[in-house]
Design a protein around this ligand. Sequence first.
Ligand SMILES: Cc1cc2nc3c(=O)[nH]c(=O)nc-3n(C[C@H](O)[C@H](O)[C@H](O)COP(=O)(O)OP(=O)(O)OC[C@H]3O[C@@H](n4cnc5c(N)ncnc54)[C@H](O)[C@@H]3O)c2cc1C
Length: 382
Amino acid sequence: MTEHFDVIVIGAGVMGSAAAYHLAKDGWRTLLIERFQIAHTYGSSHGESRIFRFAYNNPDYARLAMQSYPHWRALEAASGERLLEVIGGLDIAHEPAHHPDVEAVAKALAQVGGRFELLDADQIRARYPQWRLGDAAMAVFSPDSGFLRATRCVQVMVEQAVKHGATVREQEPVTAILPGQPVAVLTGVGRYSADKVIITGGAWINDLIRHVSLQLPVRVEQAQVTYFTPLRNAESFQRERFPIFIHWRNPIPSYGFPIIDRPGIKVGFHYEGYFVHPDMPRTPRDETTRQVLAYVREHLPDAAGAPFEPTACLYTNMPDEDFVIDFAPGFDNIVICSACSGHGFKFGAGIGRALADLVEHGATDMNIAHVRLRRFTSLSSS
Ligand SMILES: Cc1cc2nc3c(=O)[nH]c(=O)nc-3n(C[C@H](O)[C@H](O)[C@H](O)COP(=O)(O)OP(=O)(O)OC[C@H]3O[C@@H](n4cnc5c(N)ncnc54)[C@H](O)[C@@H]3O)c2cc1C
């Protein structure tokens, strides 16, 4: 027998969980289907923390982050759990070659009315003596940056969706989507139908959207984060004194977090270029750990103790590093969402609102015009 729903959401990473949470809260009969268990570690949305920031070099993402912020706070109010910690953030350039990157962040923040301070090398040294950056360094400090407790965000959104009546099916890979009115969705164990469908497959997005005759030019990359036990002055790496950071540098930017729940700072390289198949085992690479340790030794020497808990995760990158959120071309009842490129989590609660708006009203006030499919003329639905 086919169970019928108003909306089926495929994939329970941060994007699918957020969409299901908003839809169920709005009173839509919602089914959320996940191929693994909720909060599993094979996709992109698990872990202790993700950076939250308005500080982008692109005002469209800065605006979308600002719009997402109240949705995270509303989720906290509904669940009674603190998920977003605002502790401030630094965008750092230690060489003149990267000053334009940091200046672009300041410019975008100014454009959208975000708060920030520009710091020169002396100011950075005085405020953040943990850093070794040299005399050419400059930084933007954004007081509104911080971190989200990633795994808990997903779990809490699913809990809230269920509280509002959503049905969740775990360990059920979707094997086919049959467009129509209604849309049929088949899994290894069940057959469901719905008036509308939202597809959020993360690294598996192309396996799912082939059923609507679409493929995106995404490349799946293994990304790694590693913790480092401070050698000395551990108190200077606590959240009150060590803001999250993005360090614009060659060959690739790095980013990191203060000590949160584990006894060390967490650091990663953004876009390492190690491309994988999403079904491959996630194996942290010793070479990456060594390179990140060398980076920490150079720029944060007091933190450069023993590396621990290296963790691999997946980036699903579009060539332009922008997301895709839109109706599948030719279908007004199927919405697709590929919102990673290594920077999607912070928008999760807001993108969930946008996805819910698209199926509920066909349009949204969330700032997603820049991530619609129309930028690819050959794929566009409008
Ligand atoms: C190491 C790392 C660090 C990051 N740091 C940041 C950061 O600091 N700030 C930030 O904003 N972003 C960050 N990101 C990016 C962010 O985590 C991602 O943009 C976001 O998690 C993507 O969520 P998603 O829901 O699109 O994908 P996923 O989390 O992968 O969810 C997709 C889900 O779909 C399920 N699925 C796939 N196929 C099927 C099927 N056939 N049937 C049923 N279910 C299916 C998958 O199992 C999965 O659960 C980081 C990512 C990584 C990997």
